[in-house]
Design a protein around this ligand. Structure first.
Ligand code: A3P
Length: 296
């Protein structure tokens, strides 16, 4: 991975009606035909909604007391393969997932619900979806695109915000993503829909919630230990969870573990941008019951 170099910033492409970048569609035949297992746990998110956080919580719940070298020498992105990723210089997500020695397998995806490989539904695998309010999600995605050379050029904040509103970002529109997955909950019961804001407000409560969804009888002491270990500062210091081992990310521009806050959007949105956004939001969210908090 240390020799990983990507040629230049990728362009957006249209893929089955969703804006995507080729790193996540190049392996599509294998992604589409991926063989899920009944005990797989899929962690699904729109990018920058708290994927790494929930991945690490699940990893500790299942494997925190197992082989110590997993926690000390395996970065989180190798423990939890990114299903649709295909960066050529490292094994693809499907290859990594196929070769995971552990059970259950924890697998990460950013795919909108309609593009998820059908075997996950057929196998009735458990799925944890994490959603984050649109404003903070946009700000986090902006800074991520600035520092990650594997992402399209974000432009300045206003340019980025307009493309976010139009859904012209990798993995498409935030609105379609959160709404599509919310709808899925109506017909697929093995899906837990979580919110980043709840995790920030009371991590311990959400860890307990995850345990009950997953049928885990993790002790109170163990849960408290995990809750402490997954706080922002702990994960920022931890080389296995802070992405410092990925060279395409330039932490001098912005670190992966950036702020970890609810409401940071207030330091980015102008009054005019906020009014515009609220107007669009009302339109795009008028037919859904999902409710987000932009402050806690
Ligand atoms: P910010 O850019 O707002 O700081 P993902 O893992 O989906 O890429 O999401 C990354 C976002 O989640 C970043 O948001 C990151 O700081 C935040 N995050 C990661 N771990 C966190 C934690 N333990 N507590 C709070 N936020 C966390």
């Amino acid at each position: 991975l240390s020799s990983m170099k990507l040629p230049s910033r990728p362009e957006l492409i249209d893929f089955e009606g969703v804006s995507m970048i080729h790193y996540f569609t190049d392996n599509w035949e294998k992604v589409k035909n991926f063989q899920a297992r009944p005990d797989d746990i899929l962690i699904a998110t729109y990018p920058k909604a708290g994927t790494t956080w929930v991945s690490y919580i699940l990893d500790l719940l299942y494997f925190g007391n197992g082989a110590p070298e997993r926690q000390t020498s395996q970065p989180i992105y190798t423990r939890v393969p990114f299903l649709e990723s295909c960066f050529k210089v490292i094994p693809s997500g499907t290859e990594l997932a196929d070769n995971l020695p552990t059970s259950p397998r924890l697998i990460k995806t950013h795919l909108p619900v309609q593009l998820v490989p059908k075997s996950f539904w057929e196998q009735n695998s458990r799925i944890v979806y994490v959603a984050r309010n649109a404003k903070d999600n946009a700000v986090s995605y902006f800074h991520f695109d600035r520092m990650n050379m594997g992402e399209p050029e974000p432009g300045d904040w206003n340019t980025f915000l307009q493309t976010f509103i139009e859904g012209k970002k990798g993995f498409g529109s935030w609105f379609d993503h959160v709404n599509g997955w919310w709808e899925k909950k109506l017909t697929y019961s093995n899906l837990l829909y979580m919110f980043y804001e709840d995790l920030v407000e009371d991590t311990g409560h959400e860890v307990a919630h995850l345990c009950s969804f997953l049928g885990l009888s993790t002790s109170v002491e163990e849960r408290e230990k995990i809750t402490k270990g997954v706080q922002f500062d702990a994960m920022k210091q931890n080389k296995m969870t802070n992405y410092s081992t990925i060279p395409v990310m330039d932490f001098k521009i912005s670190p992966f573990m950036r702020k970890g806050k609810v409401g940071d959007w207030k330091s980015h949105f102008t009054v005019a941008q906020n009014e515009q956004f609220d107007e669009v939001y009302k339109q795009k969210m008028k037919n859904t019951t999902v409710k987000f908090r932009t402050e806690i």
